[in-house]
Design a protein around this ligand. Structure first.
Ligand SMILES: NC(=O)c1ccc[n+]([C@@H]2O[C@H](COP(=O)([O-])OP(=O)(O)OC[C@H]3O[C@@H](n4cnc5c(N)ncnc54)[C@H](OP(=O)(O)O)[C@@H]3O)[C@@H](O)[C@H]2O)c1
Length: 242
């Protein structure tokens, strides 16, 4: 899809990959709806990016997601692209130690949030004759390692749903894509709320090899343009851990 003048919702636009993606998309001529919980950060970013619009949303709250999509349509009159980027990590810990309530909140954000946002934009895109949805997965989906059942599990679930949605929506001209970042230097690791005494990555030293958020933003723009089904920035770099 050509990006110029397209209306793109980026969730999690207040930080990291989402912020870098929003900046690059705006620089490439898109009109960007900046969505996250941090209202002030979004307003500051919106003041910088021409034709952008800040829209507070809690991606764990169905009513908030519905209202976000409605507000974007009210503001721009259409939605061409949804980037489901908002997400949170968890520490690497054995299944035996899982706090199910904490995990439930992770699944709410990393899986239910993107599904609900897709459900809201699909009818709008279908009516417009097409659109693009990019779901942000994770390189951890490639790994089956001790302690790696939780956060990677949420992204594996999202990945499968994304692949199936791609098939379901092809006939409507809606392209659904999956982008797996490699470890990326963002606030992701400081935002892991609980079990901080457990490892935060699959293997010590990996954090030193992190990509920049700008590199992932470039891949985000490319996958919107190409409509590719799946791109991983993590393979073959995680090969040694497989
Ligand atoms: N960094 C990595 O190594 C890495 C690797 C692979 C995949 N990823 C994925 O990349 C995506 C972006 O992560 P990041 O690295 O950029 O981390 P980040 O800097 O922590 O950004 C996370 C974003 O999600 C938003 N968010 C969190 N909870 C939310 C909620 N309930 N409702 C709405 N927005 C919410 C945050 O905004 P507010 O706090 O303002 O709401 C923030 O903008 C995530 O899906 C993550 O799983 C990251």
């Amino acid at each position: 899809m050509d990006i110029i003048d397209k209306v793109v919702i980026v969730t999690g636009a207040s930080s990291g990959i989402g912020e870098a993606g929003a900046r690059l998309l705006a620089a490439e001529g898109a009109r960007v709806a900046l969505a996250a919980r941090s209202r002030e950060k979004l307003e500051t970013l919106a003041a910088e990016l021409p034709d952008s619009f800040s829209i507070p949303v809690d991606m764990t709250d169905e009513a908030s997601i519905k209202s976000m999509v409605a507000e974007v349509v009210k503001h721009y009159g259409r939605i061409d692209v949804l980037v489901n980027n908002a997400g949170r990590g968890s520490a690497w810990l054995p299944i035996e130690k899982v706090d199910v309530d904490d995990y439930r909140s992770l699944v709410e954000l990393n899986v239910f949030g993107p599904i609900l946002a897709m459900q809201e934009v699909i009818p709008i895109m279908r009516k417009q004759g097409g659109g693009a949805i990019v779901n942000i997965g994770s390189g951890t989906v490639h790994l089956v390692r001790e302690g790696g059942g939780l956060y990677p599990g949420t992204k594996i679930l999202l990945s499968h749903i994304t692949r199936v949605a791609r098939k379901e929506l092809e006939k409507d001209g809606i392209t659904v894509s999956l982008l797996h970042p490699y470890i990326t230097a963002t606030n992701f690791f400081t935002n892991i709320a609980t079990n901080r005494d457990e490892p935060l990555v699959a293997s010590p030293g990996l954090l030193d090899t992190a990509d920049s958020a700008e590199k992932v933003a470039q891949a985000m723009v490319e996958i919107i343009r190409s409509g590719a089904d799946e791109v991983s920035l993590a393979l073959p770099r995680l090969q040694a851990l497989l």
